[in-house]
Design a binder for this molecule. Structure first.
Ligand SMILES: [Zn+2]
Ligand SMILES: [Zn+2]
Length: 119
């Protein structure tokens, strides 16, 4: 949790394991994973499921969107002001109670754009 809150890179369990292992050399990936799952279930962190990716973890539990780089896979927070599409069309919900909405942006990050133009 402590390590995760320092990061804004939305690491996977394996990424965090590598970082935590620097401090606790005999920790196992399973322990890191279980702790992350536990924290995600208790709502202290967010578990992100982006398409075609391993789950990533985010210490920022506020509602925010993410953008993923198609080239290197890096994930950044993304500010996007939009009115709530769910609130606007209750008559179109076909009787469903909406629990959440997943929106994901993807593109090419500034680093990868820089590499491309350097070619
Ligand atoms: Zn990139
Ligand atoms: Zn985030």
């Amino acid at each position: 949790m402590e390590e995760l809150s320092k990061l804004t890179s939305h690491p996977t369990a394996a990424d965090l394991y590598e970082i935590v292992r620097e401090r606790i050399p005999n920790i196992s990936l399973g322990t890191v994973y279980r702790n992350l799952e536990f924290l995600a279930e208790s709502g202290e962190i967010k578990k992100l499921r982006l398409s075609g990716e391993q789950a990533r973890f985010d210490a920022d539990t506020s509602d925010h969107l993410h953008i993923r780089c198609d080239e290197c896979g890096r994930v950044d927070d993304f500010e996007f002001e939009a009115s709530d599409p769910v609130a606007e069309c209750p008559e179109k919900l076909r009787g469903y109670k909406i629990i959440g909405c997943r929106m994901e942006f993807h593109g090419i990050c500034p680093d990868c754009l820089g590499k491309k133009s350097g070619d």
